[in-house]
Ligand binder design. Sequence first.
Ligand code: ZN
Length: 443
Amino acid sequence: MARSVFFAPLCIRRFFGAKKAYPLFIFFTFFCLAFFFSACSEDSDPEKVVYPRDKELYVMFPNDAVHGDSVEAHLSTGVMMAVHPGGHYTISFQIDSTHEAPKMQLFRFYKHQDVSGYAMSKMETLKPQVSGGRYVFSFVCEENERTPWGLTLVEDDDYYQGKTLDVKFEGSGLYSDTLSLNLISVGLIEPIEGIPSMDSLARYMLQAFRKSYSTFVIDTIYVNYAEKHPTLGKNYPSDRPWYAGTTSEDKTLSDLGSWPVKGVTEALDIVLVHRIDEVNVLGFSGLFASNLVGGEGSTVVVGSHTLSSSGERSLSAEEIVKVAIHEAGHFFGLRHTTSTMADLEGNYDLSILEDGFEDTPFCPELLKSGLYKKGETTGALDYYVPNRLYKMMDLMAFGAEFNPDDCPDAEMFMFPVSSEKSMRKFSKQQLKVLKQNLQLIPH
Ligand SMILES: [Zn+2]
């Protein structure tokens, strides 16, 4: 470019003579400079940023076997996704041959004190690979901590208008497949039948986790007492029962997550309280809470008792442990094998009737049954992701007209109701996803 401007006067004089050469030189120089700068600006700002359209966005979790038709319908105009540092991710969907391939714009969400909710910044723009009739977008999450990202699909500087069917969001990480557990006893825990001490309950829990989470290496289980917490102990007196949901504002007791003692940090914190102060609820966890380093979403909560309409019922050690296994399943990204009405409401998506796995059955009768409990969006777990607590319900919630044990998925750990027969196993596909997700989570 510089060369052509430099040699221009000589060439113009030769062809047009001295009189015409000066205006032609000005014109030619202007043309070259304009071309030069337009080329430069194309390099530095090549595209229009197409931000997510809505303030409330649907969320995708990695390796989730079902995203629902809401994610499918909003993929172009913006969805959020939960990503972890160093994770390798792909997002894919079926090619719509009536449209050109879209580009994907990635966004990072962050807290902004002056903005209610969140603010966002544009990151990279991805072009798809084509594989097996699908567009496949790949990226690596270069963050230091768990951060929500978002995306839009773009064609001609606007939202992509083509169809985005059968969306898949897959992730793989390089973290260890080894996990330790930290059983935290909170407040007064009455003796559990057949179990002489908290240490025996822990040993039983360790065995059961090793057996059920067969794709994990369950290293060890620590036992800790909230009243002995190095800094928060005084908030958790040992002489009175703890009612999650009533005794403190934060029913997840997330300040007890990531026990600050060497070796215990980064274990899965299983908080045992007297009971959850909500009728027929045995335990809860966020879906894909996936946080092993403390703070919001770093605990799963189980009760030694449950509250029924006729009073309190004590749980056996087996039940407590099964509930812990079930809640940990949510923590690592598994949905219920059959959605409850509460799940449908909490997902804001009526199309997610089951977990999407081919090797887990589901139970339409359960949906039609009386298992109706209003869903709940907690601001406590995550300020931007509508991360909802998944609850395990007690069989006592049912009348005689419906027996959950008749459901073909009653034997799966992720069946939403606890009963005698229920909760004996994970399927192969569930175990695969559990391991993939564990390896995405820094620990
Ligand atoms: Zn559940």
